[in-house]
Design a protein around this ligand. Structure first.
Ligand code: ADP
Ligand code: MG
Ligand code: MG
Length: 247
């Protein structure tokens, strides 16, 4: 079944048409990769989806779980289970892992924040992403790989159904990237659908079910990865619009 359809999305900034009639279909439970060169419109498309750019500031329709959905802001999309992790992580450096996971969403008891319960729940969420740390550790004291895992734990705390990761391995070392990709692979069994924006064809090949290519604000095509595997030449041609060697 189809979880999400973005239909004919057009988004303009002053003097720039970032997206022109872009279409995207995401099936429930799949890992869907979006590829394209720098400036192609990948991040803008995901920001439209997650309510960063609210309904009315773009043209086209978002159909999510069979309903036309008009998210007014990020909170509204999160209530529907759509969580985006941006390239620039949105964690607060001088707060702890627990504080970051629940920010504005803390478990309460008699009106007050129940920090004992928060830490216990944080540990459970951390275990789900394979993050072994003291939950009181400050964000600034852990590496970017672990910070990325905190973001995913935070998404779990919000009951994520569709997780969007914008170039999640761009700043990670080999080990941290591998851990993250293994985690994404496991999402399918948990019923979580994910969209991953990436430039790295080798990692897309390793985890994606389907790939949508975007160039210059236009959808080029969506390819199945399963079966024949990835035709890298075709993808690169789609991304740059010509044969690479004719440069
Ligand atoms: P990608 O994520 O594929 O690298 P983006 O979605 O970030 O591309 O950007 C697509 C186009 O929209 C680019 O030309 C970019 O400069 C432009 N753009 C993105 N955000 C803004 C903004 N806030 N204001 C003006 N132009 C923007
Ligand atoms: Mg970019
Ligand atoms: Mg981007």
């Amino acid at each position: 079944p189809i979880l999400l359809e973005m239909r004919s999305i057009t988004k303009e900034f002053p003097g720039v048409k970032a997206l022109s009639d872009v279409n995207l279909v995401v099936r429930a439970g799949e890992v869907h990769a979006i590829v394209g060169e720098n400036g192609a419109g990948k991040s803008t498309l995901m920001k439209v989806l997650s309510g960063v750019y609210p309904y009315g500031s773009y043209d086209g329709d978002i159909v999510y779980r069979g309903e036309v959905s008009r998210f007014g802001d990020i909170r509204a999309s999160e209530r529907a289970g759509i969580v985006i992790i941006h390239q620039e992580l949105a964690l607060i450096p001088h707060m702890s892992i627990t504080e970051n996971i629940f920010l504005g969403n803390e478990p309460r008891k008699n009106g007050a924040i129940d920090w004992k319960a928060a830490n216990r729940q944080a540990l459970e969420l951390m275990a789900r992403v394979g993050l072994r740390e003291d939950p009181d550790t400050l964000i600034k004291d852990i590496g970017v790989g672990k910070q990325q895992l905190v973001e995913i734990a935070k998404a779990f705390a919000k009951n994520v159904k569709l997780l969007i990761l914008d170039e999640p391995t761009a700043a990670l070392n080999e080990d941290d990237s591998q851990h993250l990709l293994d985690l994404l692979r496991g999402f399918r069994e948990r019923g979580i659908t994910s969209i991953i924006i990436s430039h790295k064809l080798n990692e897309i090949e390793a985890i994606a079910d389907r790939i949508t290519i975007i160039r210059d604000g236009h959808t080029i095509e969506t390819l199945d990865v399963k079966g024949d595997g990835v035709d890298e030449d075709r993808i690169v041609r789609g991304m740059v619009g010509r044969e690479l060697h004719s440069r």
